[in-house]
Design a binder for this molecule. Structure first.
Ligand SMILES: NC(=O)c1ccc[n+]([C@@H]2O[C@H](COP(=O)([O-])OP(=O)(O)OC[C@H]3O[C@@H](n4cnc5c(N)ncnc54)[C@H](O)[C@@H]3O)[C@@H](O)[C@H]2O)c1
Length: 276
């Protein structure tokens, strides 16, 4: 390698390169999933967008395709395991491989016991097993099914990146979110760790992102309410809520070989909350 080639290897375009690689993003029609799909497709990756909301999915698909992105999309609920696996299998067959999968789809499961406006609606006495089951099906079993759809090809390839969207609420107690949400997100963190250990010998990396309060449509758009945003912002060391585009960097990091020696990690993107 001569000095000029060496220099090329230190450039961001090389280190974070995802050109021509293929990725699946669940929950891609809004918020964090949209941001993930956006940065991957803008950097010349092929992306399969999956979401249960057909009209938002079409809008995101059309926007990314109009910007020159190589995207395809399928409407699917991640709790429909058979359909989910079929769509991912079709994409893998067409693309002859898979660089990574972002298991990101999730819902909030209602307010926590300490909403920012003072109403207590989600206390321990109000917990309802049926609501917990729904949340487990989407936020945990949907993640497991997504991982299962990708792990076979990744083991065959001897490489691949599985990225789970966890939450700061899976690490520390958080009164803004529901009991079920916090409990399930802590399971996502442990799921990531277990899978990282199993899959490390195969060259398959498994990591998770722990977003803080990011202004998306989750939780009935409560994070867009200015009073709620202001009260929550006061609890963030950086003094404000995050934007979905502030996940672009971590997405490229985990999708590319820049993270080739990272597995079993939880990466907070939270304005400093977990440092408190
Ligand atoms: N926004 C935050 O502050 C925050 C913080 C921590 C973690 N998260 C996590 O980030 C992930 C993305 O959430 P977001 O904030 O972008 O919310 P969002 O509501 O803006 O987007 C979530 C997307 O997932 C889709 N979805 C929901 N259930 C689905 C299902 N069963 N099958 C397929 N698609 C489904 C929705 O249609 C939507 O397009 C979630 O796992 C959420 O728990 C968000």
């Amino acid at each position: 390698m001569n000095a000029a080639t060496d220099f090329q290897h230190f450039r961001a375009q090389h280190i974070f390169d995802v050109t021509g690689k293929s990725f699946v993003v669940t929950g891609a029609a809004s918020g964090l999933g949209e941001a993930m799909a956006q940065v991957l497709s803008s950097n010349h990756a092929h992306v399969l967008l999956l979401d249960k909301d057909p009209s938002s999915l079409k809008q995101v698909h059309d926007r990314l395709a109009a910007a020159g992105g190589q995207v395809e999309s399928q409407t699917v609920d991640v709790t429909n395991t058979a359909e989910l696996k079929q769509h991912i299998a079709n994409f893998i067959a067409k693309r002859q491989g898979l660089g990574g999968l972002f298991a990101n789809a999730g819902v909030s499961g209602g307010p926590g016991f300490g909403t920012e406006l003072g109403a207590v609606t989600g206390g321990i006495e109000a917990q309802n097993p049926a609501a917990w089951e729904t949340l487990f099906r989407i936020n945990l079993h949907g993640v497991i099914a997504s991982m299962q759809s990708a792990v076979g090809i990744m083991k065959d390839q001897g490489r691949g990146s599985l990225v789970l969207t966890a939450s700061i609420a899976g690490v520390k107690a958080e009164p803004f979110v529901s009991y079920a949400y916090a409990t399930v997100k802590s399971s996502v963190v442990q799921l990531m760790r277990q899978a990282s250990l199993e899959l490390a010998p195969f060259g398959v990396r498994v990591n998770a992102i722990a977003p803080g309060f990011i202004q998306t449509n989750i939780a009935d758009r409560r994070l867009h309410d200015s009073a709620t945003a202001a009260r929550l912002g006061e609890r963030v060391p950086m003094g404000r809520l995050g934007r979905p585009d502030e996940l672009h960097g971590v997405t490229l990091l985990l999708a590319s070989d820049a993270s080739s020696y990272m597995t079993g990690t939880l990466i907070p993107v939270d304005g400093g909350i977990l440092a408190l």
